[in-house]
Design a protein around this ligand. Sequence first.
Ligand SMILES: C[S@@+](CC[C@H](N)C(=O)[O-])C[C@H]1O[C@@H](n2cnc3c(N)ncnc32)[C@H](O)[C@@H]1O
Length: 353
Amino acid sequence: MNESDTSFDYLIMTFIAKSLLPPTPSAADLLRMYKLPALRKFAQNFLLDPKATSKLVACAGKIENHFVIEVGPGPGGITRQLFAQGAAKVAAIEKDVRLFPALQILADAVEQRLKLYLDDILTFPIESVISEEYARPWTDEKLPPIDIIGNLPFNISLPLLVQWIKQTSTQTGPFKFGRIPITITLQEEVGGRLVADALMLQRGRLSILCQNWFNIKVKHIFSGRAFVPAAKINVAVMQLVPLIKPLVDVSYNRLDELTKLAFHTRNKPIGQTLALLFPLETRSENADELLSRAKLDSKSHALTLTVEEWGLLAQIYSDIIVRPRPEHEKIFQKTTHELTFKLGETFINSNSI
Ligand SMILES: C[S@@+](CC[C@H](N)C(=O)[O-])C[C@H]1O[C@@H](n2cnc3c(N)ncnc32)[C@H](O)[C@@H]1O
C-alpha cells in the first residue's frame, strides 16, 4: 500500500462506504462471530483490512452502477467494498457453505443487490446470471459495465484463467456480453508470467496465450502479510482487459498446442522442437515449410519469439495440418498418440502451464 492510500483517500473511502452500506458487522467480526477458521482445501487467505479490500476494488477502476461477478467472496470483505464503491449488483459465487450465514447478513443489508450462489466457479455458468441490459458490442471502445473481480483461491487460478482465455478467444461464456475486464489476485510469480516479454525468463505458454487476447496490467502488489492467514508469497493484483482484436487471429487450441510443446523443451532450438508436431514421415518437410513461411531461423529459441511470431507459426501449422491429405491425417493421429505415450501424461494432456 503506498502513502497516498492511507490518510485522506482512506477517510473518504470510509465515509462513502458508510453512506452506501447500512451498518453491518465487518468481515473480520463475521469470521469471529461464526467461528470460521480459514480452510486450506478452499485455499482461503482472506483480505480483511478495509484499506486492503478498498485498494483491491479500486484496482478494477470505476465500478459505479456496474454488475460485478465476485469469485469466492469468503466472509464478504471485498463484497462490501464493491457496494461501497457503487456497484449496482453483485453475483457472488462461493464454494464453502460455512460462509453463507455471514454473507447472508450482508445480502440482507443491501436487499436485492447481492445474489449468492453456492457453487464451484470452474463449472458455474457465469453468463446465466448477467442480464442483457449490461451487454456492449465487442467492438465498442467502451467496456461493458460488468466486471469479474476476485481474490482468487490459488489452487484454481490457473484452470480458471485458461477457461477465461478460451472463452475470450471465442467471445463465449460471460464474454458474449462484451469485453468484460477481469481484476484478480494471482501469486506474484504467476502474474509476472502473464506480462513477461520476449527474452524474459518468466516467458512461457501463459504469456503468449494471455498477451494474444488481453491487455494486461499489474495493478498492485500485496505483501503476503496482508492476508489472513498470511500467504507465504507476495500477491499481485492483475487486470486483464480483452482486446478488440487479438494480436493474431488464431485458434486458442493451435496456439496452445504449439506453445505447450515449444516451452516444454524451451532450451532446444525451435526447429528441433517444432518438428515434433508432425508425423515422422513428413516431419522434415513440414518443419522446413513451417519455419520458412514464418521466416524464422531453425536455431531460434522459444524465449526469443514475439506473440506475433507465435501466432503466425500457429496459423501456418493449422494450414499444414488441415490440408486435405488423407494419408497425412492418419499418420498425424498416430504420431500424436505416440508423442503422448513418449512424453507422458503431464506433457500433452496436462493443464499445467
Ligand atoms: C483467497 S479466498 C478469498 C476470500 C475473500 N474474497 C477475501 O478476500 O477475503 C478464496 C475464496 O474462494 C472460495 N473458493 C475456493 N474454491 C472455490 C471454487 N472452486 N469456487 C468458488 N469459490 C471457491 C474460498 O472458499 C474462499 O472464500
